[in-house]
Design a binder for this molecule. Structure first.
Ligand SMILES: Cc1ncc(COP(=O)(O)O)c(C=O)c1O
Length: 414
């Protein structure tokens, strides 16, 4: 083969991230790609040992629920293993339509559209509704799939500092001069910090500047609000949010995503969004599981599950604070299942993760660029199905690992 004068693959050699990955693997310090050997319950089998799972998005603990498994199995038995085509051509089954109807009812909107993943739902909404000439105003903490959708659209992106309403207002002032349509898009619950967007003030600003508002409810749906419809419901702004996105990969114990809004918008996306049209429909088992989980959330049992997960979050939050950890505090002490501990230094966060892992507790680690430089977090999260004895055991492990860690590496932030 002729030699390549400028090899596009050259960048993979000696790339900073690839080098970090190699070094972390060599030292057996990689907090990512660890292997589960059983269901994602409150205690998991992971790489040959039982570990308390404080790093899952299975917030309601429904992935192991018999009714959800039965929903997946019935769909599998009826429709087979895969749909082998897009929703448009040959991949729509009755379960999609039932699920879309139930999501629309749950969200209190005219219509919903189900996607193969939540990531694609964000790509579809932003990449299709925005166009060159428009402006999108996004929180700097928004999920990567939101940013991907913004980039895909080639609209002008104006990011504002996380949850800073003065910065949002500045961005809106500037956007008003850009000359195109303007959409504000925020996470309802931010995935790393677990804080809730101030949707009351955001929606007021959107109304004042005449912009549309989209909220990503990936971490809020199935958790917040009396119906579990998310941050928009909790903060009483449902009628001021133009488009809501959600995922089945967290509280709804499956995989897939949705958009929910007015018929006109959803119908446009149905025939126009490439991330919907040019991908295979989710496997039937995923759709069946999400539908069964949603029915549990909307049943009489739903509010108890929501209460339990938030109680567990408050318990873990208080327990960590009592043991001297610096826990991210949220406005109005609003709990979400995400309880992040501030470590600061990336390397310390990784070492602490490893010590916890060895002691039988699994947490997630967020280092730069997932968080700002120097803002490394241990992202702990709870399920409704964690019992207090398990959380107490985890807190004991956290406390003793902290003591040993500080003796070796100096104090953690307080
Ligand atoms: C805030 C947020 N939005 C979107 C997504 C994408 O959802 P999915 O996992 O269904 O692709 C996620 C999770 O991965 C998320 O945390």
């Amino acid at each position: 083969m002729a030699s390549l004068s400028h090899d596009v693959f050259a960048k993979v050699r000696g790339h900073e991230r690839a080098e970090q990955l190699r070094a972390a693997r060599e030292a057996d310090l990689l907090p990512y790609f660890r292997t589960l050997e059983g269901p994602a319950g409150p205690v998991v089998e992971m790489e040959g040992a039982a570990r308390i799972m404080l790093g899952s998005n299975n917030y309601l603990g429904l992935t192991g629920d018999a009714r959800v498994i039965e929903g997946a199995q019935a769909a599998l038995n009826r429709y087979g293993t895969g749909l082998t085509g897009s929703r448009l051509l040959n991949g729509t089954i009755a379960l999609h339509l039932e699920l879309e109807q139930e999501i629309a009812d749950w969200m209190g909107v005219e219509e919903a559209l189900v996607f193969t993943t939540g990531h694609q739902a964000n790509l579809a909404a932003l990449g299709t509704l925005l166009a060159p000439g428009d402006t999108v105003v996004a929180d700097s903490g928004d999920h990567a799939s939101i940013l991907d959708g913004c980039l895909l659209s080639r609209a002008k992106l104006r990011a504002f500092r996380h949850n800073r309403m003065d910065k949002l207002e500045r961005a809106l002032e500037k956007a008003a001069g850009d000359g195109g349509g303007v959409l504000v898009v925020v996470d309802g619950v931010f995935s790393m910090e677990g804080d809730v967007a101030p949707l009351g003030r955001i929606s007021e600003l959107c109304a004042r500047y005449g912009t549309r508002l989209m909220v990503d409810e990936a971490h809020g749906a199935g958790v917040l609000g009396a119906r579990g419809a998310g941050a928009s419901e909790l903060l009483g702004v449902e009628d001021r949010v133009d488009l809501r996105m959600g995922t089945f990969s967290k509280s709804l114990a499956s995989c897939g995503g949705f958009l929910a809004g007015d018929h006109e918008v959803i119908d446009f996306l149905r025939v126009q969004s490439r991330a919907f049209l040019f991908t295979a429909a989710a496997v039937p088992a995923a759709v069946g599981a999400a539908l069964a989980a949603l029915r549990i959330v909307r049943s009489e049992e739903g509010p108890q599950l929501l209460e339990r997960v938030l109680d567990n979050a408050a318990y873990l939050h208080g327990g960590l604070r009592e043991r001297g950890f610096k826990v991210v505090e949220h406005e109005g002490d609003q709990m979400t299942p995400i309880v992040p501990v501030i470590v600061g230094d990336d390397w310390k966060a990784v070492l602490l993760w490893r010590a916890l892992y060895d002691a039988g507790v699994f947490v997630n680690v967020a280092i730069h660029p997932a968080v700002p430089p120097g803002g490394a977090l241990l992202r702990t999260s709870v399920m409704a199905t964690h019992d207090r004895a398990t959380l107490d055991r985890a807190l004991d492990v956290l406390a003793s690992v902290k003591t040993d860690f500080e003796a070796q590496h100096g104090p953690l932030p307080v």
